[in-house]
Design a protein. Structure first.
Length: 256
């Protein structure tokens, strides 16, 4: 409530935000003018923030964000719980598509399902949280091979390319071709490669540093998730992935 706010503390927060949005930094007189406060007040706020290392000032009087804020930012990013951000997005995605959706994370040489939202329809095809699936023939696994593994060629040589169905790719060359296709289109497909009659699609979720930290996917029967629905569902899926990525601190406007 307004009556419990501390005016100068509020100005300090506004000042940090202004400086953060100014790549070249700010001068004291500019901050005082932008925040409509006396220069002496601005100076006191700046000196306090400098003493706490929330701000830094160079020899030319340019003020920038300090190391303490960088440290706090990293701690804040590490404490983000992707599942709490993902749950409402998964629910919305399942409602839009009518299919089960899930979040997976890389776990050694497997893809680990950490959150699942069931289809609103009675007939569902979905694994439960805690399920581990192979990377080479699951859509979330292919996302990790394409975007999380630094040297996929070397890594794939260590995998046991188990044949789950007649559609499973069991050669390194075929798996690498899947990786390239995933990178090209921005999402991965599992065309009855893990379970006959099931089609899956997945897209990467990025953190503030642009690193793929998870994958969001949809698993459905080929009778409902037909080939003709792939363009629309892939667009809905990638939009959901971007929404969660924004919550994790990734800025798509600055993406190369």
């Amino acid at each position: 409530m307004q009556k419990y706010q501390i005016p100068n503390l509020s100005k300090a927060c506004q000042m940090i935000e202004r400086i953060g949005n100014s790549p070249e930094g700010c001068r004291l007189k500019d901050l005082a003018g932008q925040l409509n406060i006396p220069r002496t007040t601005a100076m006191r706020i700046v000196e306090t923030l400098l003493s706490c290392h929330f701000l830094e000032r160079n020899s030319e009087g340019i003020i920038t964000l300090g190391t303490a804020l960088v440290h706090l930012g990293v701690i804040a990013l590490d404490s983000l719980d992707i599942r709490s951000f993902a749950r409402p997005v998964l629910k919305k995605l399942s409602e839009k598509t009518g299919e089960s959706s899930h979040i997976a994370m890389l776990n050694g040489d497997k893809s680990l399902l950490v959150e699942v939202c069931d289809s609103p329809h009675p007939v569902r095809i979905a694994s439960r949280p805690g399920t581990l699936v192979d990377l080479h023939c699951s859509s979330t696994g292919k996302v990790f091979l394409a975007f999380s593994i630094p040297e996929p060629v070397t890594f794939c040589k260590t995998l046991n390319l188990v044949e789950h169905t007649s559609n499973t790719n069991t050669t390194i060359s075929a798996v690498l071709a899947d990786i390239e296709e995933t990178r090209r289109q921005g999402y991965a497909m599992d065309e009855e490669e893990y379970v006959l009659g099931a089609r899956c699609i997945a897209a990467p979720i990025l953190n503030a540093f642009g690193k793929t930290i998870a994958a969001i996917g949809i698993t459905a029967s080929t009778s409902t998730f037909t080939i003709g629905r792939i363009p629309k569902i892939s667009a809905q899926l990638t939009a959901a992935a971007q929404e969660i990525s924004r919550s994790m601190g990734f800025d798509h406007s600055n993406a190369g």
